[in-house]
Design a binder for this molecule. Structure first.
Ligand code: UDX
Length: 446
């Protein structure tokens, strides 16, 4: 089959079908391939075979449904169904932070090798997409070569993904770049065949060795985290001088070398990727003896967590230095808008800290309520933003959902105890809140 005509000839297995794997499996089916996803969690498996995503991700349900219905995509828990069926195996399992350490936990990657390696009897390509410490792919390769009946016929490649939650489908179908960490022209050709459609659309391809491919992902996330902490450091400067950090970001961002992306000051970055990937990157740098990297990135991490403390401090100040007997409304629980993911969410962390100080905290989020309740069961939850604001002494705007920007400050003033709002995301229209009689505060804004 030639480049640009992917349909049919390659069979693709996607191992691990949570966020990354579900997007990858649906995307590969959309590219025209027959795909089987391997998922060991029964609940997730059932959802996926019904064409439903295991998490809230705009556009993913329809894509899964389309290809489950077309018969091009199905999911199994049995590795034997994919072993020797697929030509390409994508490893898409999670690599969370290890308990008690900054390093990545490679348990899920290792168990994929445990399950798959003994079943591979014919040559194939195993492609890692999981975010791993540099050097992992070589360890994975050694294990496949020694534990698979196919031996060195199992070739390893690494192809990092850069999916952003809430944009996972688009980032899968229309990536801004493809990185192929490969060891042979055949592996490169296979990956070019898999990604023929985005390549034909003009997506640039970087072909490199395995460690480069592994480092790209950690490097990209470390850089993005650094950008966010940089603007948040400038936000502290702005507070100390009366400058406006949003205007600073706009002015910096017009410089093409800098760019405006990831320069929104706020409560800092969270989620299931940037924080843990940054730490895993530092941990690996430490293992490799490159201490300078740790110094820089440790500061990035520290600035980030200082943001949360800063929001709590300003909250205390706005509550008149009292905690007990104060009602605080937290608008947002997800780590960012467009997702129900609350992993390392600044909003929930701040809500928890304020509650620990003794205030009564009521949270509302349009999508993340179930996850928030599970993680922080002792917080109060409301069914709507307006309900959450009733009798509040202070409202905190912590996740940038559009519905919070649409709140009517005039109507809301009637139901709160005191009209005070802390816009930690710096996205509300300060003038209209002030005009409606609110005390409006946004760290980093004059
Ligand atoms: C990130 C990377 O962007 C993606 O390439 C990688 O594959 C996974 O990690 P994601 O975790 O979905 O994606 O979130 P992202 O949109 O990057 O935001 C991360 C965090 O930074 C969020 O908490 C967000 O609110 C915060 N953020 C983002 C800012 O505080 N300011 C910004 O300007 C941008």
């Amino acid at each position: 089959m030639t480049e640009g005509t992917p349909t049919g000839s390659l069979r693709i297995a996607v191992i691990g079908t949570n966020y990354l794997g579900a997007n990858t499996a649906a995307g590969m089916a959309e590219f025209g391939f027959d795909v089987i996803g391997v998922e060991i969690d029964e609940h997730r498996l059932k959802l996926l075979n019904d064409g439903k995503a295991p998490l809230y991700e705009p556009g993913l349900d329809p894509l899964l449904k389309k290809h489950v219905d077309s018969g091009r995509l199905r999911f199994t828990k049995d590795y034997r169904e994919v072993a020797d069926w697929a030509d390409v195996y994508f490893i898409c399992v999670g690599t969370p932070q290890q308990e008690g350490s900054d390093a990545a936990d490679l348990g899920q990657v290792n168990s994929v090798v445990d399950m798959l390696a003994p079943l591979l009897t014919r040559p194939c390509l195993v492609v890692g997409r999981s975010t791993v410490p540099v050097g992992t792919s070589k360890l994975v390769e050694q294990r496949f070569h020694s534990e698979s009946p196919a031996g060195i016929g199992v070739e390893i490649a690494w192809q990092p993904e850069f999916l952003r939650e809430a944009h996972g489908v688009d980032d899968t179908l229309h990536p801004d770049r493809l990185v192929f960490g490969v060891q042979s022209a055949e592996a490169e050709a296979t990956l070019r065949q898999v990604f023929a459609i985005p390549i034909a659309e003009g997506c640039p391809v970087v072909v490199c060795n395995l460690p480069t491919a592994e480092l790209v992902k950690g490097g990209a996330n470390a850089f993005l985290a650094t950008k966010i902490s940089f603007i948040n450091a400038l936000s502290e400067m702005a507070d100390a001088t009366g400058a406006d950090v949003t205007q600073l970001a706009d002015a910096l961002g017009f410089d093409k070398r800098i760019g405006r992306g990831m320069l929104n000051a706020g409560p800092g970055y969270g989620g299931g990727c940037l924080p843990k990937d940054l730490r895993a990157f530092m941990a690996r740098a430490g293992e490799l003896g490159v201490e300078e990297v740790i110094t820089l990135l440790r500061e990035v991490d520290d600035i980030n967590y200082r943001r949360r403390a800063r929001v709590v401090d300003v909250t205390h100040e706005l509550l008149g230095a009292e905690w007990v007997g104060r009602n605080v409304t937290v608008l947002g629980a997800a780590f960012k808008a467009g997702t129900d993911d609350v992993r390392d969410s600044p909003a929930l962390d701040i809500a928890g800290r304020i509650q620990l100080h003794g205030a009564t905290v009521t949270v509302y989020d349009p999508e993340a309520m179930d996850n928030a309740r599970r993680v922080r069961p002792t917080l109060r939850y409301a069914d709507s933003a307006v309900e959450a604001c009733a009798d509040a002494h202070l409202i905190l705007h912590l996740t940038e959902w559009p519905e919070f920007r649409a709140l009517d400050p005039v109507a809301l003033k009637e139901i709160v105890a005191t009209p005070v709002i802390l816009d930690a995301r710096l996205l509300l229209d300060a003038a209209s809140w002030r005009a409606a009689g609110w005390k409006y505060r946004a760290p980093g804004k004059a």
